[in-house]
Write a protein that binds this ligand. Structure first.
Ligand code: KIV
Length: 286
């Protein structure tokens, strides 16, 4: 089968023009990146959600640049075709535009990413412009922005009132004007996501934002049933990998305890001659 062409930001823009849905999935390590890539998914997001689903933190705030780069490098080794987007962690772009450019540059220069994502609307316009001017493609992120969890008062739907929805539309237009190539809309009412998607030239990628976005994204561990602490309403689980792994580990423990593993087929023996020579060597007998 012919290798499919590498996905670029132009591919995503063409998909929007043609009305073809864009697919995006998170990945945080080498094997997952390979699976996601081989499934033909357009975009792999190395999301800071890894803080919760891989590292066990209650939110994404403890995730650092070094942690993100570590995971991005593993993903870049596993993926060949998908567009790779690295999530800028909390405090890597909020302090100053200079720091944001330097940190975003590391995702491309050291970690093999094709683009970065950052959270926020009008307050990030200067930063987005500076990154785009530096040649770094930027994906925006509006609606529920988990790095502002304490300000938002929890993981809840955003833009539910007329005034809040208007602010979201203005933020989306401001990000587009600043040069983002796509915008994630997280936990936004479906009508608002549709309205924004129709007004923007750049694609929207929804998560908990209804069916009218130009694309969809989910967190890998939610999608395959590997994160079992809670399941947001917008998640569709396509597998129950957590139960499969739990069952496999239980069988492994039982096998070892019953001396049923390893069997002969899992074991390697020395040649008879070598074994005799060994016994002679260490014990002076054949
Ligand atoms: O960190 C992440 O995985 C994200 C997605 C939920 C869009 O930002």
């Amino acid at each position: 089968m012919a290798e499919r062409k590498k996905v670029t930001i132009r591919t995503l823009q063409a998909k929007k023009r043609k009305g073809q849905p864009i697919t995006m999935m998170t990945a945080y390590d080498y094997p997952t990146a390979k699976w996601v890539d081989e499934a033909g998914i357009d975009v792999i997001l190395v999301g800071d959600s890894l803080g919760m689903v891989v590292l066990g933190y209650p939110n994404t705030l403890p995730v650092t640049m070094e942690v993100m780069l570590h995971h991005c490098k593993a993903v870049a080794r596993g993926a060949k075709r998908a567009l790779l987007v690295g999530d800028m962690p909390f405090m890597s772009y909020q302090v100053s535009v200079e720091e944001a450019v330097r940190n975003a540059g590391r995702f491309l220069q050291e970690a093999g990413m094709d683009a970065v994502k950052l959270e926020g609307g009008r307050e990030q316009v200067k930063t987005v412009r500076a990154l785009v001017d530096a040649g770094i493609p930027v994906m925006g992120h509006l609606g529920l922005t988990p790095q502002k969890i304490h300000q938002l008062g929890g993981f809840r739907v955003q833009g539910r009132t007329a005034a809040a929805a208007k602010r979201l539309v203005e933020d989306a237009l401001a990000l587009e004007e600043a040069g983002v190539f796509a915008i994630v809309l997280e936990m936004v009412p479906a009508q608002v996501a549709k309205y924004i998607s129709e007004r923007l030239q750049v694609p929207t990628i929804g998560i908990g934002a209804g069916p009218h976005c130009d694309g969809q994204v989910l967190v890998f561990h939610d999608t395959v049933g590997m994160f079992e602490e809670f399941q947001p309403r917008f998640v569709k689980r396509y597998a129950e990998v957590g139960s499969t792994i739990r069952e496999a580990l239980k069988r492994y423990r039982e096998d070892v305890e019953a001396r049923a593993f390893p069997g002969e087929e899992h074991s390697t023996y020395m040649d008879e001659e070598e074994w005799k020579a060994f016994l002679e060597l260490v014990e002076g007998k054949a």
